[in-house]
Ligand binder design. Structure first.
Ligand code: V47
Ligand code: SF4
Length: 373
């Protein structure tokens, strides 16, 4: 047998045995996940991830109706990939909202059928735990049924440190003020070496994980992200997802995993470039295959664009986030596909139906609000 044929046989034997495990619902190892990244081509990954997705979520594709509040883009940290933040000394396009301004946004949506507000922004020393506690109480007074999903673990770590409270006490306090869950940001890539290169000064991996654990332990749910396609290697992605899979085994508190593609405009890492759409789809598929204890994989459409988001539905994704209504700036400033990210519910439903799936409007915790076959 020729060497090339031999090699091919070996590769397909490895991939075959991974596929067999996945089809029999046996967890794959970190080494097998790395094999998928290194060797598996798009068609194979799509086929396998689609089976896993179908078993977990049937024909359903989820979305929710939400709006964003970004209280400030002034930030004490200096992540090199961030196009959005400004230092505390910078003015110009920096902003800082008052409580009244935040409540004004909530007021605007009071009679709209939205179920969630997503609050996230820069880390500003004036925005303390108590200040936000007050805002949450006021939001709940206005809109008692609005789910408040707020703060990355990075913002929380800073607030709790300043307030000198433990993660558990801090989470309990914010929960008592009306906060309902935590979004997935700030995770980036957990590997300590890569973190040192791209976001050296903010909460590290163990702090990020400990905050999510503390939240899960008091009954709150959260999401998890992974910023990929920059200087990390495949093994760092595997390590990142493995740490999440381990915590999920302990707490079962994560709702969904959201891979975030690094976008290169207007930041200190522009020279790194961006990965291809094929790599995006491979990454969605591999995360779907590896994270067997996560029910949902979300494609954040403002970041990758509507068409790639639609394609991702054939590569393991079952959630397209929300209608958003042009209220976030994080991505448009980083060169995302969607400059004014807004989709009507009708458009989102059409996008889902066009690929033969059932559109399901969900609340934050995946309770079904409405369904379109
Ligand atoms: O942590 C910043 C990322 C995150 C860039 O939980 C960038 O439902 C790509 O986590 N290129 C914050 N990404 C946003 C976030 C999020 C978004 C949507 C839904 C949810 C959810 C969470 O944005 C940051 C960072 O990883 N980010 N700059 C950039 N240039
Ligand atoms: Fe600040 Fe978040 Fe930007 Fe980092 S990613 S600089 S923590 S706003």
């Amino acid at each position: 047998m020729e060497l090339a044929t031999l090699k091919q046989t070996k590769i397909s034997a490895e991939l075959n045995s991974i596929a067999e495990k996945v089809l029999n619902e046996i967890r794959i190892t970190e080494a097998e996940c790395l094999t998928l990244y290194n060797q598996a081509e798009l068609g194979f990954l799509g086929w396998l991830a689609n089976i896993v997705r179908g078993k977990k979520n049937g024909n359903k594709v989820f979305f929710n109706r939400n709006f964003h509040i970004e209280p400030t883009n002034l930030c004490v940290f200096h992540c090199k990939f961030c196009s959005y933040s400004r230092t505390l000394k910078e003015e110009g396009d920096g902003w800082f909202m008052t409580q009244e301004q935040m409540l004004h946004i909530v007021e605007k949506y009071k009679n709209e059928p939205v179920t969630e507000v997503h609050i996230v922004g820069g880390v500003h020393p004036k925005l303390t735990m108590e200040w936000f506690g007050e805002v949450f109480e006021k939001i709940k007074k206005k809109s008692p049924n609005l789910h408040i999903k707020a703060f990355t673990a990075v913002e929380l770590e800073y607030m709790f440190r300043k307030a000198k409270v433990s993660y558990t006490d801090g989470m309990k306090y914010l929960q008592s003020c009306g906060m309902d869950s935590i979004p997935g940001g700030g995770a980036e890539i957990f590997d300590e070496g890569i973190r040192k290169e791209i976001c050296a000064d903010k909460a590290d991996a163990s702090q990020w994980l400990a905050i999510h654990k503390a939240a899960h332990e008091i009954g709150m749910h959260s999401n998890a992200t992974m910023l990929y396609g920059h200087i990390e290697k495949f093994e760092h992605r595997v390590d990142h997802m493995n740490r999440l899979r381990n915590l999920q085994d302990e707490t079962n508190g994560f709702n969904t995993f959201i891979p975030l593609k690094f976008r290169k405009e207007n930041n200190e890492m522009s020279h790194v470039g961006e990965v291809s759409v094929i790599e995006d789809l491979r990454n969605y598929a591999i995360s779907r295959i590896f994270l067997d204890n996560f029910n949902h994989i979300k494609a954040y459409w403002p970041m990758i664009g509507r068409q790639t988001a639609q394609l991702s539905l054939a590569f393991g994704v079952d959630d397209l986030d929300g209608t958003i209504d042009d209220s976030t700036k994080i991505y448009s400033m980083a060169g995302a596909e969607e400059k004014s990210p807004s989709l009507t519910t009708e458009e989102l439903i059409q996008m889902i139906k066009a690929v033969g799936r059932t559109a399901v409007e969900r609340d934050t915790l995946y309770g079904v609000v409405n369904e379109w076959n």
